[in-house]
Each structure stands twice: as structure tokens, then as C-alpha cells.
Design a protein around this ligand. Sequence first.
Ligand code: SF4
Length: 434
Amino acid sequence: METDIRYNPGLLKLELYCKGIRLDDSFFKESKRGRQIMRTRAGLGSGLELVLEDGLWTNVPVVEPFAANSPYLLFREGDDGETLVIRRDGDREKIAEVELSPKPSWYERNTEVSGKPMTRVGSLQGTYLGVYPSKVCEYWLDKPEKTNCKFCSVGLNLGADDADEKSVEEVLEVAIAARDESKITYVDFNTGHYTGETYLDILEPYIRRLKEETGLLIGVQTPPHADLSRYDRLKEMGVNRVSFCFEIWDEERFIDVCPGKHREYGLKRYLDAVKYCAEIGKRRGPFDFDAWVSNGEIIAGLEKPEDSMAAIDWITENGAIPTVCVFRPLKATDYADVPPPKTEDMIPVFARLYEACMDHDLPIGVAPNVHVSLVLLPEEGRYFTSKPQKYRWKEMKLKAQKTVYRKKFLHDLETFDRRRAENGGRIVKEPARA
Ligand code: SF4
């Protein structure tokens, strides 16, 4: 692996997650602005959205106290002040030129259906639309003591950066704007825990309507439902990805970090759901070309790297794809004072992420135009492998798969757009029945 951060954008992405960045005064000069800093999406993101070399999208910590000690500074340079440069403090050595993630045109607008700012209905995380459509996760409302996950800031955010509840029409309007103007291909729905396991009941009307009207790829991230057949139903509905955030592999740590998840579901139920959903993918027929992925999501940096790697091994052995977040001590959360992980401890975790996915022939990096800013994707783990030669052929196979899938998907989307244009902007005239 290339260890010089100037020549390894994957390593830079990881290093900035772990250390954050400081903004030089020149950064604030009047000039083009990127996206405002929003704390959304299961309380893991908080930073400045940037695009690094090789098209790596990222969300860099800037507001958390640890970022104030970062050895990296972001400058605005050049005659027009439009060149953004990361330099190392002290010698001011140039590390990389970067770009601000473009601010979507629709970020300034309100929805026609309710007048709500569109950003309070959904926001772009990298190049996909993230929607948290319902009320706050109930772990935040538990009394006498809250039982929220200790890293999470969702209960701090809602009502500030993110509106409470969103109607299907509002979400549809924002998704269509994001599709038309930001060329998104994927919408991710996220909920917390609700009594009575209502999260899938809540999401299904959104999923049906969005699928019917836009043809976009759709993902769902909720607690694991007791009735696993609900996931077969989601697949039939057109969902393409289900994700289960169990966060922590070591069970004692899981209980401590995620008391609500432990009380309501337990680690085993999360794992059973990951496995069951991966099996749905294996069972599908020869003419089923619809994308379907089961994800197990963990946070590296809150347990030993070996435990994160054990989780990656288990997930991939069972045919699912790991999503690995790097722990970020968000302001005002229970873990605000816990230090972020060290880059050197995270390198083997992300190398394992890539290698385990490749060893198990998992379809990583295939979805068209899905760049994720809040995590280092499995395919981005290739920046950390010491054996790129071993995966050369598999990489070529994945590239071919990506080309075929992209063509088919974009063709399907064009068909949707044509139908929509013929119907005066909407495909379904009346709201679809749930
Ligand atoms: S389940 Fe945990 S991480 Fe998810 S919203 Fe609730 S408290 Fe936050």
C-alpha cells in the first residue's frame, strides 16, 4: 500500500475522518460555497462535504473539538480564490487539492406540497438522497433514562437540521428534484426504533410510491423486524438494499454502547436478519436481475480493531456486505469526549474490508453513481491492500459487471423519465395505496 498520504487519496480520506481538518481564514472569503454543514443520518455525520482526488467523496469533521488539533488546514488559493488546498500545519506542505461537494440547486427551495424547506425532508450524503421520514428514535424518549446509542446524535438533531415527520408527497417531490437536478440514483430510508415494530409499516408507502414514480434504487435501514418474511416482501416491492446497524461485534461492548438495541432486539437478532437477507439474494431465480444487497453496519473505533475485523469476516462469510463507519465523537453526544480512533489502527480494518469482500466475490462498487461521504466504501478499501495483484482479475470482472448494470439501470431510468414526461410530471396520478 502507498503510505504517503499525498499519493493515496483513500488514506487521506481515512486520516481526515480520524483527525478532522481546520479551516484557514482564507476559506471563508466570499466565493463559491458548498453544502452547509448538517448533522443528519443516524447521527454519524457532521462535517464538511468534500471530493478528494480519484472522486472520493467525504465528510470531514470540522466542528468537533478534536478537529481543532488537526495537523491539516484547508486553504482557499489561486487568483480567483477557487482552488481549495489541504496543507500540513508547520511546513505548510501541500497534501492535496480538493473540491467542495456541489450544492444542489434544490437546497434553496421549499416543497410545493407543504412549503417545508426541501433540506428538512431529505439531504444528499455524497451523491445519494438520505431520508429519515418519521419521528425521532424512541430510545431518546425513554424515561427515567434515555437508552439511545451513545455515539448517536439523532435526538439532538431532529427539529433543527431535519424536520420531524415527512409525508409521502413531500419525500416524492424532493426525490424527483434530486433525481432531475442532482442525478441521484439511490434513496436511503433510515428509521430508529419504534414500539410495536412499526418501522417497516411506516416505510412501505414511501417505498412503493417512490419506486412507482421514479424507478430509483432504494435502501432501507431499520432495526431487524421479528417477521423475517417482511424482507421478502420488501424485495418484491423493489427495495435493493437492506442494512442492519449492529455497530459492535463484541457483545459486552454492544450492550454498553447500544443499550436500547440490546434491550429490544439483542445482537443475535441483528445477525439473523443480516444472514436471512443475504440468503434472499442467493435464492433468487435466474431471471431476477434486480439489485439486492444485505448490509451489516459497524462502527470501527469503538471496539478493538480485531473485533471489527471479526465482524467483517462474519458478514462476508454469510454473503452480506459490511458497511464500516469510523467513530466520530460528535458534539453533545454521550461519547463527545471519547477520542476518535487512530488512523494506523483503522488501516488493517479497511484492508480486511476490501479483501474479505473480494475473497467472497461480493458485488462491491457496482451501483451507478453512488458515492458515499460518511463511510469508506468496501471498494475504497483497495487503497489499503498490500496484495492488489491477487485481486486484479476480480477487479476486471467487477468493472464489467458495473458497466452492464449501469447501462441497464440508466436505460430503465430513461424509460421512467419518458413516462413521467408523457404524464405531465407524475407517473401515478393518485397516491398509490399502501
Ligand atoms: S437506534 Fe441508536 S443509532 Fe439509531 S437512531 Fe436510535 S439511538 Fe440513534
